[in-house]
Design a protein around this ligand. Structure first.
Ligand code: AMP
Ligand code: GLY
Length: 444
């Protein structure tokens, strides 16, 4: 079949890479054309917000399946647009994408479905919001209701910070329309996990758990980013726990959406907080996570085109999900300054030692240990034929090996070959399993 991928970052490069290897896929197109994607997919030179143009391209090229990476086109209705033209696309309708695009909508679905989640209220009036936080006996999280480029959430240390976050959103309009309504939620403590399921209507199959590392610095310090690294599977969260998430979260959510006549199809990503034996949903997303997707694609052993095609056509039971029990880890190489201001156009060196055809001692060692290393391009471009940085998250170095220890070691060995000015990475990806140099878990 012929597949079109909408999106342009590391997540989409990983999807294209796996689709390119799918026996069922013989034509691959992508709206993104970073040098990693451009090596394996034909360009679709249509903006990912031009739905008429995308649908016309899909019809003209006889695309059998379109896969959408980012949330924005989903929230703006790209799926409705394609389906109205009889085109097959994987993802939720605009109405169903509200699970991610409106936090108050997601909360109302969770409540109606009996899905465990933190206490919360939504506000548009600043006085009411301030009165509410002042009367709470617990710490809170203030969230812009709409999509705010991942910046709309303030996890507050104290009342002063909560008041400031409310003023920022409702008075100073920092998030524009996305923050005209806010949600004030009880702050939960615990371990954060991402859970993914492939869904169509009330049917779903699990893709399992991935752990992201959102803060920019080691030890979860500094501001939140889109994600600095991820690994899967999670040794402490087994299939029985995945089944619990399917029973307590995914299936009730799908039933509630169907009851509202807005059935959900596509990828349902539940952001979870686990506190002891308690499980709470922090948020829903309606797409793959980035860099979660890179680690999942590294473990995906089946025919991704056939799997995603089956889900898009409503044949969820045929969606043979074959995920390797091996470990995959993804380490993000970011521009210095990200998630704030950063420079672009900086030359990138060293990649040929990992991705090139030249044999090397490191490649031989990885091969002997049956370790695979793959670098996905997120924010890169070519300037006069040379690879340069072109975004906050630049490259995602991904490794797969027998154990999480081996995968982490290989990913950092590879990452250390890559150079650009200001390169920043976290050194502690998977620390919850491995510990850190100063704070090891299970030493020896
Ligand atoms: P969200 O976009 O709702 O997932 O929020 C972004 C990040 O804020 C999450 O990944 C968590 O790290 C944090 N967060 C969100 N809600 C809560 C909560 N109720 N308690 C603690 N942290 C939270
Ligand atoms: N890595 C988190 C996300 O994609 O939302």
């Amino acid at each position: 079949m012929k597949v079109l991928v909408i999106g342009k970052g590391g997540r989409e490069h990983a999807l294209c890479w796996r689709l390119h290897q799918s026996p069922s896929v013989w034509g691959l197109y992508c709206t993104g054309d970073n040098p990693g994607i451009a090596k394996i997919a034909e360009p679709c030179r249509v903006s990912s917000s031009d739905f008429d143009g995308l649908a016309a391209f899909a019809a003209r090229e006889k695309i059998d399946l379109t896969v959408v990476g980012p949330e924005d086109p989903l929230a703006a209705g790209v799926v409705d647009h394609f389906k109205a033209r009889g085109l097959t696309i994987l993802g939720p309708s605009k109405a169903a994408a509200q699970l991610e695009a409106s936090k108050s909508f997601a909360k109302s679905v969770m409540r109606a479905a009996g899905v465990p989640t933190a206490a919360a209220e939504s506000f548009t009036d600043i006085t009411e919001a301030l009165d509410y936080v002042r009367s709470r006996p617990y710490r809170v999280v203030v969230k812009a209701d709409g999509l705010a480029l991942g910046k709309g959430v303030t996890v507050c240390q104290d009342l002063g910070q909560a008041e400031a976050a409310i003023v920022e959103a409702l008075e100073r309009k920092r998030f524009g329309a996305a923050g005209a309504r806010i949600l004030i939620e009880e702050r939960l403590e615990g371990e954060e996990l991402s859970f993914f399921a492939l869904c169509n209507g009330v049917e779903a199959v699990p893709l399992g758990f991935v752990q992201d590392h959102k803060a920019v610095f080691d030890g979860d310090q500094g501001p939140n980013t889109g994600g600095m690294g991820a690994y899967s599977p999670l040794p402490h969260y087994d299939d029985a726990f995945a089944e619990r998430v399917m029973t307590e979260v995914i299936r009730p959510t799908l039933h509630e959406m169907a009851r509202r006549d807005i059935p959900f199809s596509g990828i349902l990503f539940a952001g979870l907080m686990v506190t002891g034996t308690r499980l709470n949903v922090l948020e829903y997303n309606v797409r793959f996570g980035d860099p979660e997707c890179e680690s999942l694609m590294m473990r995906f052993d089946g025919d991704l085109g056939a799997t995603l095609g089956a889900v898009a056509e409503g044949r969820v039971r045929d969606a043979a999900v074959r995920l390797s029990p091996q470990s995959a880890v993804a380490v993000v190489l970011a521009s210095g300054g990200y998630p704030g201001e950063y420079r672009t156009g900086l030359p990138i060196g060293g990649l040929e030692q990992i991705d090139g055809d030249e044999p090397s001692a490191l490649k031989t060692r990885w091969a002997i240990k049956r370790t695979r290393v793959k670098v996905f391009h997120a924010g890169t471009t070519l300037a006069d034929g040379a690879l340069v940085t072109n975004g906050g998250r630049v490259l995602v170095v991904t490794a797969r090996a027998e154990s999480v220890q081996q995968a982490v070691a290989a990913a950092y060995e590879a990452a250390d070959l890559i150079r650009f000015d200001g390169l920043h990475l976290r050194r502690d990806i998977a620390y919850r399993v491995l510990g850190t140099p100063t704070n090891p878990i299970n030493p020896g």
